[in-house]
Design a binder for this molecule. Structure first.
Ligand SMILES: [Zn+2]
Length: 462
């Protein structure tokens, strides 16, 4: 970090947690240009281009608006949907998001008894009232369930005993306990009365997201007619086998009113599926989510939970203990999805970042944070890494850089022109070879620093 003078006072780097003018140099995520960003108080004061000779090393850090995660179930051994949730735990989970470059997130409460869900929303609302740090980071509560499908496969790991049809009175009770903080509700439109519920929720400013569903294509479109605007982790929480044509996946892919939430950890959606979903929806209608499990953040090993024995494998895959394939939740942060979108779906860094920042804010009806003077200094500074230990000259970074350089054209996703953000000789359709993709799926997005309202809340500025 550079030390600057303000009104004749010498300011030391130790003041980084205070409101002091400070500046740092990094590459813009959207143009690849080296810039010096100056921050004053909570705001970005200046952004000035830096000539390469002045600039640091060729492969330096990237800077972008901070990430926004619409689906976080917990962290470090604590689920939000739990009778044991306390204000202290909420604070811990909220602050843990800093290390991932996440500046806003939605605590997500999964299907449970009315008492437990009410306790969870109440506790989160209390944490927001009592703790500025939580208030700053929580964009709203996501209620994932309990109005989801009871069918095996569709309901995923949500307990069957608590899956139930939408109940507006109950939801109002949740919303009251949450002091109005519920911003997203995931439900299935397969129940009778779902359309009316969707209408009500939408009219009250709650985003209705379709998920854990066994609905027919007609019910999916009727839900969108009634106001549903999102699909929760599309492609997951699904039956293992579906009718090839008439199914809820095609209906959600085809309905342009629905923005698809995608788990980009490389495990929940195979590379080919992630790529096809993004292509079909277009990046403008996709957002990344981590869907972090409460088990995320624990070291690799075996753990007992209320449901079953789980295992965190060395590369971060969270599985049912004793095998390698059956997933038990997500353990990688949203940034891993940014790296995977570049690798698997051929997005530029700029496009991939939009799915983890601007897109989620748009879903919530919030203003996107831009990298421009006068904007709130909520930022993430990061390296893109390949599978090798030292990521600085990594392949992924080169890849992002090249993609950034040759990116042009206003909207290459409209019309039928082939995306043009790869160097001339890059083969298509696989931006990276299969071996490289497999190796690379373990690596990705390394956060160097997270800034929230002008304060460095994690790491150090370059
Ligand atoms: Zn889910």
């Amino acid at each position: 970090m550079r030390v600057t003078l303000s009104q004749g006072l010498f300011l030391s780097p130790a003041d980084k947690y205070g409101e002091i003018p400070m500046d740092f140099t990094a590459r813009r995520f959207d143009t690849g240009q080296w810039v010096r960003i100056q921050i004053e108080g909570q705001w970005i004061a200046r952004i000035d281009p830096v000539s390469p000779s002045e600039g640091p090393k060729e492969h330096g850090p990237w800077v972008a608006p901070g990430l926004v995660d619409l689906q976080v179930n917990g962290y470090g051994g604590q689920e939000f949907s739990s009778p044991d949730l306390t204000v202290k735990k909420v604070v811990e989970i909220a602050l843990a998001m800093d290390q991932f470059g996440v500046v806003r997130f939605c605590p997500t409460i999964t299907t449970n008894s009315r008492e437990i869900m009410e306790h969870a929303v109440e506790t989160i609302a209390q944490a927001i009232r009592e703790n500025m740090g939580v208030a700053r980071r929580v964009a709203g509560i996501h209620l994932e369930g309990p109005y989801i499908s009871p069918q095996d496969g569709a309901r995923g790991a949500h307990p069957l005993a608590h899956c139930r049809p939408p109940d507006w009175q109950e939801f109002e009770q949740f919303q009251k306990a949450a002091h109005g903080r519920i911003r997203i509700v995931t439900l299935t439109p397969e129940y009778e009365g779902a359309t009316e519920f969707i209408r009500q929720a939408s009219a009250h400013g709650v985003v209705v997201s379709i998920g854990h569903t066994a609905a027919s294509p007609e019910q999916i479109h009727a839900a969108a007619d009634a106001g549903a605007r999102m699909s929760t982790h599309l492609g997951n929480g699904c039956h293992p086998i579906l009718p090839r044509h008439r199914n809820y996946l095609w209906a959600q892919l085809a309905d342009d009113r629905l923005t698809a939430g995608l788990i980009g950890d490389g495990f929940h959606l195979p590379a080919d599926v992630l790529k096809c979903l993004v292509r079909a929806k277009t990046p403008a209608r996709c957002v990344l989510v981590s869907d972090l499990s409460g088990m995320a953040g624990l070291p690799p090993g075996r753990y007992s939970t209320n449901l079953c024995e789980l295992e965190i494998l060395p590369h971060g895959k969270l599985v049912i203990a004793g095998q390698q394939e059956l997933l038990a939740g997500a353990a990688l942060p949203i940034g891993a999805g940014v790296a995977n979108l570049i690798r698997f779906a051929g997005l530029s860094l700029s496009e991939a970042m939009a799915l983890a920042s601007e897109g989620p804010l748009r879903v919530l009806g919030m203003e996107p944070v831009r990298l421009a003077p006068g904007q709130l200094a909520d930022m993430v500074v990061f390296h893109l890494e390949g599978s090798n230990e030292d990521g600085r000259n990594s392949e992924l970074d080169e890849f992002a850089q090249n993609a950034q350089m040759s990116q042009n054209g206003p909207d290459k996703w409209n019309g039928n022109s082939r995306i043009n953000n790869f160097p001339e000789n890059t083969p298509h359709p696989s931006p990276m070879s299969q071996e490289k993709r497999t190796a690379a799926s373990q690596a990705g997005f390394r956060v160097l620093a997270t800034m929230l309202g002008g304060q460095v809340v994690y790491g150090d500025l370059p």
